[in-house]
Design a protein. Sequence first.
Length: 127
Amino acid sequence: MEFYFPTELGEQLAFAAAAASALIGLIVMFAPGLSLHFIGLQLRDGRAEGYGAARSSGGLLLGFSACALLLAQPMLYLALGAALGMSAFARILSIMSDSGNSLRSFLLLVVQIALASLPIAYVFGLT
């Protein structure tokens, strides 16, 4: 079995979004302190539970993205895009409800929307 790299542009964009998501998940899983600091969170007294929650979230993102990369099926790309889209929607809710309207939140929202839109655009034939 060999590794499949897509040949058409739309699938390459979806592949790139999955690869970027996998890289983000890998960073969050192996460097939770740095990741939490980057998004502006601070753990109280360096509690292991907080690091565990961050690592498990990174592992989920890494695993889901790796499945989309390795299997390269349109329905997996759709599921990945839908999950990333829901996380972007949750960030919008946070901006509106939790007074989280900082520049960092808006930049992360743009990244989340971009990562969500590429796989969805591929599946529905928009690229």
